[in-house]
Design a protein around this ligand. Structure first.
Ligand code: HEC
Length: 121
């Protein structure tokens, strides 16, 4: 019994150590995936997004988007709401861009990331 408890404690400690070695890896990976997805889906055709080609202007600039209060003037600018908007921008001037829920969540993480604002013009 004592051995079992010691083993469980050791496994728990090992788990905690792994978290400490890699701070927030999921968040960083989502941001990186989001940048790639935004490029692949052609968001830059209509939007200025720092670091993404070609920086079109038929939609509003998304530079520093994390600092905006609202999404298309309709709802609070939170990453989860942004992902929902990207999946279905119905009722706004933005045409729906077919994408997976994961693409939407990743792009929302990217648009809310600090490096994105650091590259802003
Ligand atoms: C064909 C042009 C077009 C494409 C492609 C496009 N958008 Fe848009 N987008 C718009 C327009 C126009 C609006 C303004 C909607 C409104 O305010 O009614 C908009 C609005 C937005 C907003 C809200 C902006 C604000 O000021 O609140 C976000 C965020 C956004 N788009 C992200 C994206 C992302 C991410 C992609 C790629 C997956 C994308 N858009 C692709 C035209 C486009």
């Amino acid at each position: 019994m004592g051995v079992r408890i010691a083993l469980i404690a050791a496994l728990l400690l090992a788990g905690c150590e792994n978290v400490g070695l890699a701070p927030n890896p999921a968040g960083t990976e989502a941001v990186a995936r989001g940048r790639v997805a935004a490029e692949r889906l052609g968001c830059g055709a209509c939007h200025v997004i720092p670091g993404i080609w070609p920086a079109g202007t038929s939609g509003p600039s998304l530079a520093n988007f994390r600092n905006r209060a609202s999404i298309a003037g309709r709802q609070a600018n939170r990453p989860d709401r942004l992902a929902e908007f990207l999946l279905d921008p119905a009722g706004t001037a933005m045409p729906r861009q077919p994408m997976s829920a994961r693409d939407a969540a990743d792009i929302a993480a990217f648009l809310h990331s600090a490096p994105q604002s650091a590259h802003a013009r």
